[in-house]
Design a protein around this ligand. Structure first.
Ligand SMILES: [Zn+2]
Length: 94
């Protein structure tokens, strides 16, 4: 057993997001993260993780894939890249 679970304590007034039971949510520390679970329905998730490890935050199941960086090229150029020095209006002038 490499992971040690801290003491579990109930949160007064906490409502389970799954079954809606009140005062059935308890939190405990496990592997540096704060977990919560519901004793009524067995719901459990992670509230927060210690950022020391640099691991991505696992909310429910596991690490999420990083969003793709390709596909949306950034537009750095202003709409009018070519500006004419001469000519106050360039409508129909060629
Ligand atoms: Zn519940």
């Amino acid at each position: 057993m490499s992971s040690q679970a801290g003491p579990k304590r109930f949160i007064a007034g906490a409502v389970c997001p799954r079954c809606g039971a009140q005062d059935r949510i308890r939190v405990f520390s496990l592997d540096g993260a704060t977990h919560r679970d519901c004793v009524a329905c067995g719901f459990s998730d992670v509230l927060e993780e210690a950022p020391a490890d640099g691991l991505p935050r696992g909310r429910l199941d596991g690490p999420r894939k990083p969003p793709p960086t390709k596909g949306q090229p950034l537009q750095f150029h202003p709409p009018k890249a070519r500006r004419r020095q001469a000519g106050p209006d360039d409508s129909g002038v060629s």
